[in-house]
Design a protein around this ligand. Sequence first.
Ligand code: AMP
Ligand code: MG
Length: 357
Amino acid sequence: MRFIARHRKVLKRTIAVVCILLFCYFAFLTIRGNGGNVKSQVYSGIAMGTAVKKTIYAKDTTLLNQVDTLIDDTLKEFENQTSVRVKDSELSKINRTYVVGGITKASDNILDYLALELQIWRETEGAFSPCIYPITALWGIEDGAEKIPDDTELQKRILASDANNIELVEDGIVFNDADMSIDLGAVGKGAACDLVREQLVQTDIQGAVISIGGSILAYGDKGDGKDWHIGIQDPRGKTGDVFGIVDTDGNMVVSTSGDYEKYFELDEKRYHHIINPITGYPADNGLISVSVVCESGILSDALSTACFVLGLEEGMKYAEEKGVGAVFVTSDKEVYVTKNLKKKFRLQSDDYTIVKR
Ligand code: AMP
Ligand code: MG
């Protein structure tokens, strides 16, 4: 007691210093935790014929709405250039007006997208085709006129979907068949993620997660320097249900292709929108969903569709060869993850089982 009385002043000062230090420490943690007052805003809507959700993080709140509009404008412009659903898009005009054997001029964007699609077509030996539109149009799954096609007509359309009949030349495309139609549907959402990222780097936002249909762009961070946790749609759950989570840095796109996105059922059989160009029928190899994770949005989107058609064995092999991360789900709810993604993928649903190999 006498000791305390003697050193009261020193003790008081020490306690005050400790309190100030503790206060500073907790303030630092709080600031680091929210990135120094980073605010976020969620925007939901429809663009490119699909659901779009944007979660944007910025310190300057006036940026949130501005960036939302910037993304909408980017998607609108992209759709007007590349969509076969837009009658007057550049791509629709190319499909409508080309002359067999002549050079049809196309913008650099379309030529670049097509070049990548043709590469995937070659590498997958035709499991992926940039000219699939004549077949998908016949099935009517995209426009609500679903039907099982007449076989004679289907065989004609299979021939018209042969990418051997298009060539890329310096500033255009040469079509060598009269009934062809290029379709960028398998790469559009991922390519749009790339364009959105190009816009976002020019802004002062902290980060964003932009989901465009089956492709999700993870950009920057929340101000805390931490990874994003991207949920993957449960292929047999309700929209928004997640069966697994992928941890990614802020420069990644996760694209998912599944038999649940667009389909109709007849006699208890599901007919979906991802077509095997060789049979002309929806891919039917036991897979119900494939997700591909990589930096390039267009590649992740192209590969998710391609791997879905290739099936589990060939698809896993192809994904590993391309060096991307991938998650395959079979109709038995078995989940297969490529080696490079194992540490970054977590299952979230007891309905599914990860198969180790
Ligand atoms: P995704 O949802 O990215 O897998 O893309 C599916 C869309 O790609 C379909 O709606 C078609 O427009 C197109 N598509 C379907 N099957 C194929 C295929 N085998 N190769 C390329 N594109 C395809
Ligand atoms: Mg795709």
